[in-house]
Design a protein around this ligand. Structure first.
Ligand code: TYM
Length: 344
């Protein structure tokens, strides 16, 4: 069976959006609009797997939507919406809770990282989180999902869930005429390029993350030009000059990270960047990187502020996006109910 090529991705409205979210996800969402139908979601139901203050959640939801719009997602030609508005996600997530196996979820490293030694005190939602993510994607039978490297395991689980569903209900799917080789696609992750794993500016061995203990480790999409320059200037590197090839940076995580950020912003390969900067020190490289980062983020931050000043307009975009999303997801759920034998 061939599936309509469709892109789905999502970002949690929890804390400030940072350069990792921008380079690893949002910036890569934009060109896909030319080749695919795209659905970009603000995953508020994922955010509440850990405590969220209700008024801040509403604001953070609008902020992610504003970032999508400001970066250049066209909400008329494509879909921008917030997850909780489309009930099909939670319904399919429950069904996938019954498809996925405990052993699969027990292997999820992100849960282990987030829960640490405190797993007993975590919400059940945080544990079942990957099943909701699979539901987000498969409610639209999406074929491609652009994400950063940290989501790779969740996408493998999504494929496992699709494959098990297709297998368990194969006869039923065929006899209902809903597909010869299964009902759900085995979704392809789109994870590539120098931006797939942006690291903390304070520690090049740790991912840049919303929950970074030090604010200096991450560049927020809303940071001022001065703040961006300060953070890059203070980024932890080493005293050696830059080498000629990226391979030579394998033991220099801080330097490696900055070169990757530069490469991603300049749409070059890390080796091309080193071709320009080989032999130079960070006194030269860091100001060039700061300039590039500010040139990219500043206009987006300005546009985000303008959009955030008119929340009613963002709410209108999200509401009409949800309506369009529901039109795709509702028939999928109707099929799934039939496949499973629910009386409707
Ligand atoms: P979230 O909100 O943590 O992150 C949003 C996107 O940003 C990427 N990302 C990074 N990329 C490069 N370097 C980094 N340091 C970095 N930090 C974050 C993430 O990989 C992601 O693409 N579970 C998802 C949200 C989600 C989703 C989905 C994604 C829910 N349902 C369905 C795709 C499809 C998450 O927590 O992303």
């Amino acid at each position: 069976m061939t599936f309509t090529p469709r892109v789905f991705s999502g970002i949690q409205p929890s804390g400030d959006l940072h350069l990792g979210n921008y380079l690893g996800a949002i910036r890569r969402f934009v060109p896909l609009q030319k080749s695919h139908d795209c659905i970009y979601c603000v995953v508020d139901l994922h955010a509440v797997t850990v405590w969220q203050d209700p008024t801040e959640l509403a604001n953070a939801t609008r902020e992610v939507a504003a970032a999508y719009l400001a970066a250049g997602i066209d909400s008329n030609a494509h879909i921008i919406f917030n997850q909780s508005r489309v009930r099909e996600h939670t319904e399919l997530a429950w069904i996938f809770n019954c498809v996925a196996r405990m052993g699969w979820l027990n292997r999820m490293t992100q849960f282990k990282d987030k829960a640490g030694k405190n797993a007993e005190a975590m919400s059940v939602g945080l544990y079942a989180y990957p099943c909701l993510m699979a539901a987000d994607i498969l409610a639209y039978r999406a074929t491609h999902v652009p994400v950063g490297d940290d989501q790779k395991q969740h996408l493998e689980l999504t494929r496992d869930i699709a494959a098990k569903f297709n297998h368990d209900f194969a006869d039923r799917i065929k006899s209902l005429g809903l597909g010869e080789d299964g009902y759900f696609p085995l979704t392809e992750p789109l994870i590539s390029g120098p931006a797939m794993r942006i690291m903390s500016l304070r520690d090049g061995t740790k991912k840049m993350s919303k929950s970074d203990a030090s604010e200096m480790g991450q560049i927020s999409m809303m940071d001022s030009a001065d703040r961006i320059a300060t953070k890059i200037k203070k980024a932890r590197t080493d005293p050696d000059p830059l080498p000629e090839t990226f391979a030579e940076l394998s033991e220099r995580p801080g330097a490696r990270n900055l070169v990757q950020i530069y490469a991603s912003l300049a749409d070059k390969s890390p080796d091309e960047v080193l071709g320009e900067f080989a032999g130079k020190g960070f006194g030269v490289f860091k100001p060039a990187l700061a300039e590039l980062t500010v040139a990219e983020l500043s206009p987006i931050a300005t546009e985000m502020r303008r959009l955030m000043a008119d929340p009613a307009e963002i709410d209108r975009v999200l509401e009409s996006g949800a309506e369009k999303a529901r039109r795709i997801a509702a028939p999928v759920l109707a099929d799934v109910r039939q496949i499973m034998g629910f009386l409707t």
